[in-house]
Design a protein around this ligand. Structure first.
Ligand code: SAH
Length: 347
């Protein structure tokens, strides 16, 4: 196995070039090329030819490549289908807000969590992404955009806490001052609620924002749409949330995908309010994106607003997520799924 350079931090790169009999500063030069989005050793013009040769024998750069790009005419949201070194695909989405650009990245090729409404989990999990592949999604999209990306959400394909070590290494890489220099408070991680990993994360006392995919107000309904709930109940998830808040002082956000007739009645809003009462939290309501295979649909505007109002009445802060890039609509995991079907059909 060749070393994947994009997964290394600056001191690891310096150690690597020194092992190859080169001065330490060459490590810094390679580091700078990687963060500029260099895709081959030939791009690294200030490195001696023999070092470039040696590197290409011992190492891979490990970056992702843009396979397809869709740009919204409404709000400039961009969706990217990205190809990995081994031919697999993942997705990233770039959104423009007043305060800057936010990228939503994938953390695994596929997902094994099996949520019933989600396209990413159809076909299961292929593999974890490396720390470098997580990082490379940002560098690659930033290069394409020509502007700095200031916020990251791990909310694309995959379950980030099921790829724990690589995600931690990625956060370290993203934080590094000479690299992307994105602070922990600008990084969010969304999980379906892997309780032991949530507690482990809390113990590390990072300042990242934790988002919990809740999607139902009781265990019976949650288990019906999220199989992980059979392993970790709502009570266990909420207790891990309390632990996270206690350890980090950070507010937690809950995501609640509204599915018509499944979890979006006013009674369910009330039950949710009771569940979250007194917690330092915020609720993001997400009208479900239609995925052909699932048959789930979103309710109309009035139904969604009634749900939100009920939470508000009970003192729970909630916002309905603004739909971004509706003209290039492809819910998380759909581009990859479409590409895989095309490949299977030999198109
Ligand atoms: N595995 C992580 C992160 C990826 S999913 C998690 O579960 O949180 C990112 C968010 O999108 C989750 O809240 C997920 O439940 C939601 N989601 C997945 N499919 C969706 C769909 N079809 N419509 C709306 N939200 C969806």
């Amino acid at each position: 196995m060749k070393t994947e350079l994009i997964s290394l931090n600056l001191s690891e790169l310096e150690a690597l070039v020194q092992k190859l009999g080169q001065p330490k500063f060459r490590g810094k030069q390679i580091y700078e090329w990687l963060y500029k989005g260099a895709e081959s050793f030939d791009d690294m013009k200030n490195l001696p030819k023999d070092l470039r040769q040696k590197l290409s024998e011992e190492a891979d750069i490990g970056t992702v490549k843009i396979s397809e790009k869709f740009v919204s005419k409404i709000d400039e949201t961009r969706k990217y289908l990205l190809q990995l070194k081994d031919g697999n695909y993942v997705e990233a989405v770039l959104m423009k807000y007043e305060y800057g650009y936010t990228i939503c990245i994938s953390t695994q090729v596929g997902c094994k969590m099996g949520c019933k409404f989600c396209a990413s989990t159809i076909g299961g999990k292929e593999r974890d992404l490396t720390a470098g592949e997580l990082l490379s999604q940002i560098i690659c999209v930033q290069k394409d955009l020509g502007q700095r990306i200031s916020n990251i959400v791990m909310m694309g394909i995959g379950e980030p806490l099921d790829n724990f070590d690589n995600v931690l290494k990625f956060i370290e890489l993203v934080n590094a001052p000479g690299g992307l220099n994105i602070g922990q408070r600008h990084i969010s991680l969304s999980t379906c609620g892997l309780v032991d990993k949530m507690r482990d994360l809390a113990d590390r006392q990072l300042q990242i924002t934790l988002l919990i995919s809740l999607h139902a107000p009781n265990n019976e309904k949650r288990s019906a749409i999220m199989p992980i709930n059979k392993k970790y109940s709502i009570e266990e998830v909420l207790s891990a949330c309390d632990y996270y808040i206690e350890k980090t002082g950070r507010r937690i956000s809950f995501e609640y995908t509204l599915i018509s007739g499944v979890n979006d009645s006013v009674t369910e809003a009330d039950e949710l309010a009771t569940l979250l009462c007194g917690k330092l939290c915020h609720v993001n309501l997400i009208p479900v994106n239609k995925v052909e295979e699932t048959g789930f649909e979103k309710g109309d505007k009035a139904r969604i607003e009634a749900f939100r109002k009920q939470l508000e009445k009970r003192g729970i802060q909630a916002t309905v997520r603004r739909e971004m890039g509706s003209d290039i609509n492809a819910a998380c995991g759909q581009l990859r799924k479409k590409k895989n079907i095309e490949l299977q059909n030999g198109e």
